[in-house]
Structures are given as C-alpha cells and as structure tokens.
Design a protein around this ligand. Structure first.
Ligand code: AVI
Length: 323
C-alpha cells in the first residue's frame, strides 16, 4: 500500500504561526486572534465533534448534497485528479472518489493539509478501501501547497475546497485565494467550492452556540493552544464564548469575552497584554454567502461558473466552476 502513498513536507512560510501574528492581533483594537490557532490536536477533535452536533447543519447538509450530486459532477468533468485543500474527515472525498471510480480506471488524490498526521491517517483508510487509488499528500498551508502542485496525473484537475472553510477568510483573503487557485490550475481544470448560504438566524445562531457547549470549548481551546505553544498563562475559563450574527457583514462572529480585568503573558514571545472587564477578542468570522455575489467574485477571479448544487432548503451550496 505504501507505494501508493507519498507525502511531501513543504517549507513553511516564516511569517506564519511564529507568534508575530498573535502579537499583532492582541495589540490591535478591537483585539483578535488568527483562527488557524484553533486547530491543534485537541481543537481538531473538538471540530470533529462540532460536525456531529444536531445544531451544526453545514457538515451533514454538504454531505447530503454530495450524495446526490457527486455522480453528476464526475459525469460533467470527466476523468480528474482530485486535489483537496484540507483533508480532515474523509467522508466527503469518499463520495467524490466513488463517483469518479465510474468515469476513470485509476484514481488520484492530492490532499493539502498542515497536519501530516491527520493527512496520513485519512490516507491509509482511503487506500484500504480504494485499490485503484494513489495519494500524494502535501503537508503545508494551502498557499504553499498550491504553489507546489506537481503536474496532474489525469487529464484534468478538480480542486475541492469543501466545508465552507472559505467563510473563515475575510473577503480580501478570499479573493486572493480565488486568484491563486485560478492561477495554479490549467485551462479546463475545475474548482468545486462548498459554501454556507445566508439563512435565518434561528438556524445560524444555535449552530455556533450549541447546547452541549462544544463550540464554547472549541473557542476557548485557542487559548490553551497559545499557552502550550508560547508558554502563556491565559486562564481560558476567565473568557466567555459568544457568537453573534453580523447582518451587515453577513457573518457569524465568535468572540472570547474577558470576564474581568486581567493581564496575560506569553513568555516565549516576551509579550504581555491587559484585558479590561468584558473586553472581547474576535477569534473567528464565518461568512455566509449569497450565490449571486459569490458567482461575481469567482467570475472576477477568472472562473467560468458551471452550476451550484444545493439542498432542498438552500442552506448550503457546492459551486462548480472551470478555468
Ligand atoms: C471550519 N469552519 C468552516 C467552521 C465554520 O463553521 O466556520 C469552524 C467553526 N467554528 C465554530 N463552529 C465551526
């Protein structure tokens, strides 16, 4: 099986995750933290739990769309090498691999993920179930991974960015990523983008304020992670989880509110910071999309829009476009 699995460890961007981004966020007003610090091992496990919560509809809605649309997507594109930004749980890519098994004899999958261990675990499970599959994983950030994509092993590529992870990027970051994806793909290649759509706050708010408090634990875990990584003394329980919907920016905003005045030190960064009582830290935005505006953004980046596959309630969409 190992001859069907290759992992390449990519150089990291020195400016990323070295703590300067944390200092920048905590010295700004209002304070913020880069949301990629959520995903240490504990944070990734908590996110897996979030995906199973009754209130968190995006994962099962997207899976439902893929169950009905994967066959049509494979027929539309023909044989493709599948590239995926992020590899987390493999349930979604399995639906696509099974559909592509009907249009090509050999399957090629290139996941790009910062976690080599997550990538390897999911790759081993996929290889056991798909004997015709070869996997080449790229361990690194999306931006670096995209720049290091080797030539495709099938006539075309389908680059998948699922789970509405795009919603965690600002509009400017999102447009930059669309442009990068368009630049690294070749003429005729495809881009499949999963996005959470704008909907009533009675559905949106519980998804980020679940009854079991898993999202609250996920949010506070960013402080545990900073403590571990930068020798910090954050007391995560002294910060309260809060998630609101901002209708102007069309996004969920997650905050950690300081419960009292406190000073925190990150010894490894030689950094100290004081929080006033009730002072918030913005830890995540999760944008919700309108298909007309999204189509305009993708078209502006050079893509040709093909189709949006949605669920009956129009809560989520899988957008297929081509270079
Ligand atoms: C990973 N991302 C798409 C999730 C979201 O819904 O924005 C992260 C998350 N944050 C809280 N719950 C889930």
């Amino acid at each position: 099986m190992s001859d069907r699995l290759h992992l390449t460890h990519l150089p990291s961007l020195t400016t990323e995750r070295d703590g300067q981004d944390v200092i920048r966020g905590l010295t700004q007003q209002p304070k913020s933290l880069p949301s990629y610090y959520f995903y240490d091992a504990a944070g990734s496990r908590l996110f897996e739990q979030i995906c199973e919560l009754p209130e968190y509809y995006p994962t099962r809605t997207e899976l439902g769309i893929l169950e009905t649309a994967a066959g049509a997507i494979a027929q539309l594109t023909g044989a493709c090498e599948l590239v995926e930004l992020g590899s987390g749980s493999d349930r979604k890519i399995r639906l696509l691999l099974s559909a592509y098994a009907h249009v090509q004899p050999r399957l090629y999958y290139r996941p790009i993920d910062v976690s080599g261990s997550i990538l390897k675990t999911s790759a081993m499970a996929l290889l056991a179930d798909y004997p015709q599959l070869s996997i080449h994983g790229l361990v690194g950030t999306y931006q670096v991974g995209l720049e290091h994509l080797p030539p495709p092993l099938a006539p075309r590529r389908l680059l998948c960015f699922l789970g509405s992870t795009i919603g965690n990027l600002s509009p400017r970051e999102c447009q930059t990523l669309f442009q990068q994806i368009h630049r690294v793909l070749r003429d005729g290649d495809y881009f499949l983008l999963g996005v959470d759509l704008i909907k009533d706050t009675s559905i949106l708010l519980p998804a980020y304020n679940d009854a079991q408090g898993v999202t609250a634990a996920f949010n506070r875990n960013i402080l545990h992670h900073l403590n571990w990584r930068f020798q910090g003394n954050f007391q995560p329980e002294a910060f309260a989880h809060r998630a609101i919907y901002n209708p102007i920016a069309q996004q969920i905003e997650m905050y950690l509110d300081s419960q009292h005045t406190q000073t925190v030190t990150l010894a490894a960064l030689d950094f100290q910071c004081t929080f006033a009582a009730a002072e918030p830290i913005l830890t995540e935005i999760s944008r919700k999309f309108d298909l007309v505006a999204l189509k305009a953004a993708l078209t502006a980046a050079g893509f040709r829009w093909i189709n949006a596959f949605t669920d009956p309630q129009q809560w989520f969409a899988l957008c297929l476009c081509q270079v």
